[in-house]
Design a binder for this molecule. Structure first.
Ligand SMILES: N[C@@H](Cc1c[nH]cn1)C(=O)NCC(=O)O
Length: 436
């Protein structure tokens, strides 16, 4: 007889989750710790703006490229071991970045920051699945994403202060020390499952890898998760990671102070929206992708108003834009919920890794495309980009949205059909509350 799923989390779940989320928050902190150090980095390594942007692009590239291997590692060695490796790599990489005295060494260190960062998030989701009851998982997952994003805020002011008072090397070594504390906490407090400190999956042979990835990817729910992640988060990532500040200041003629305020409001919207979306996803499972469609249309509409506004869009409209675009961040977490309900727990790592590539690939394409369009639309080698060039560059987002929406539409139909085929009673079990 099938056992009913537990209704409550296991004892100790919040301790394990708290430590894992702290390690993830620190990973986001390291990911973002260069954003405020741009000027100091330019001076230290004697580099141009495009060399500086290379750091961000490389980090995104490494992060996205690592997701599938990381997912496989989590399924093989369990989240505890992989998370421990992630925190350790971050300690070494940030220390290396602190001592790097050439651009090449700094790039190498940043690549390892990307690797350590990539090793963390998939583990957190796997731990949530092992420790919480199925009905709690959507909410806890949705809260996790935004809490992690607080790392980006924490990176801003304290890092600026540390760089100003302690100098480059000591600031980055101090930042590295935080992840050393996280590594020790993971070692002591995290267990892969309530009943076992460590779990081990099948050996990583080619045939196992092929069958695990093949099985995850062939389920339309994993693909739907990928395209949801792809379509929802690139707009806020593009603004937050690189282009938001220059777009507001040069493209919309705001003051620098207001541009910073807009980026802060965006992070606050991310944090506030997480629990609301978590509640919705947990309550209306059947309507997960409908919510995503409505949110993506809203983001597209807000951008259309700003880009088509004659002259500069008013400040209040820019506030609406960052709030609506910001909600896309937590909305991308819905992709992971699709991965969860479409894959058995032994394949959750690889499914999560596949899905998590989506948003970061889209963000990378956007960040690069905006740079290329800005350069092409600006005469000579000048970096004095005009508002018109910015409007054209930001319009590139519609290419990604249209591609993403078509794929979401296709795979949501297939996912619904597959879930009902696998379990004809699925609708009966969740009706009134909700599918994809
Ligand atoms: N979508 C993000 C998380 C998020 C939640 N709210 C805003 N952003 C995501 O994919 N996270 C993975 C990671 O490593 O950060």
């Amino acid at each position: 007889m099938n056992q009913a799923p537990p209704d409550r989390h296991s004892p100790g779940a919040f301790l394990v989750w708290g430590v894992a989320v702290a390690a993830y928050l620190l990973a986001v902190f390291h990911r973002s710790s260069l954003a405020v150090a741009g000027l100091a980095a330019s001076e230290r390594f004697d580099i141009s703006a495009s060399q500086l942007a290379t750091f961000t692009m490389l980090q995104l590239l490494v992060y996205a490229g690592m997701q599938v291997p990381v997912g496989l590692l989590v399924d093989r060695f369990g989240p505890r071991a992989v998370m421990l490796a992630g925190s350790t790599v971050l300690v070494l990489a940030q220390t290396g970045f602190g001592f790097a005295n050439s651009y090449e060494l700094a790039v190498l260190a940043r690549i390892f920051v990307g690797i350590g960062d990539a090793l963390t998030f998939v583990c957190v989701l796997r731990l949530i699945n092992a420790w919480f009851a199925p009905r709690q998982i959507p909410l806890i997952t949705q809260i996790t994403g935004p809490i992690g994003q607080i790392g980006a805020i924490v990176a801003a002011a304290p890092m600026t202060y540390a760089l100003g008072t302690l100098g480059w090397t000591r600031s980055y070594v101090l930042a590295a020390a935080l992840s050393l504390v996280a590594a020790i906490a993971v070692l002591i407090a995290v267990r892969d499952e309530p009943s076992r400190r460590t779990v081990r999956g099948p050996a990583l042979s080619w045939s196992n890898i092929k069958s695990s990835l093949g099985a995850s990817w062939s389920h339309p729910g994993t693909r739907l998760g990928f395209w949801i992640h792809f379509t929802t988060q690139f707009s806020s990532n593009g603004l937050g990671l690189l282009w938001g500040f220059p777009f507001f200041v040069r493209g919309e003629n705001t003051s620098e102070g207001f541009a910073n305020l807009l980026l802060t409001v965006m992070v606050l919207a991310v944090i506030a929206a997480g629990p609301l979306l978590g509640w919705f996803v947990g309550t209306y499972q059947w309507h997960r992708s409908t919510l995503v469609l409505v949110l993506v249309w809203s983001i597209m509409l807000a951008w259309a108003v700003v880009l088509l506004w004659p002259g500069d869009a008013p400040g209040w409209m820019l506030v609406i834009l960052v709030v609506v675009a910001g909600v896309g961040g937590p909305a991308s977490m819905i992709g992971f919920d699709l991965g969860r309900t479409s894959n058995p727990v032994e394949r959750l790592g690889s499914a999560t890794g596949l899905i998590n590539q989506g948003g970061f690939v889209a963000s990378l394409v956007l960040v690069v495309a905006i740079g290329i369009i800005l350069d092409a639309a600006t005469p000579g080698s000048s970096a004095a980009y005009t508002p018109e060039a910015f409007k054209l560059a930001m319009s590139f987002q519609y290419v990604l949205w249209i591609l993403g929406l078509v794929q979401i539409w296709r795979y949501r139909r297939k996912t619904r059909a597959r879930l009902l085929r696998d379990d004809p009673d699925y609708w009966g079990q969740i009706s009134g509350r909700g599918l994809s």
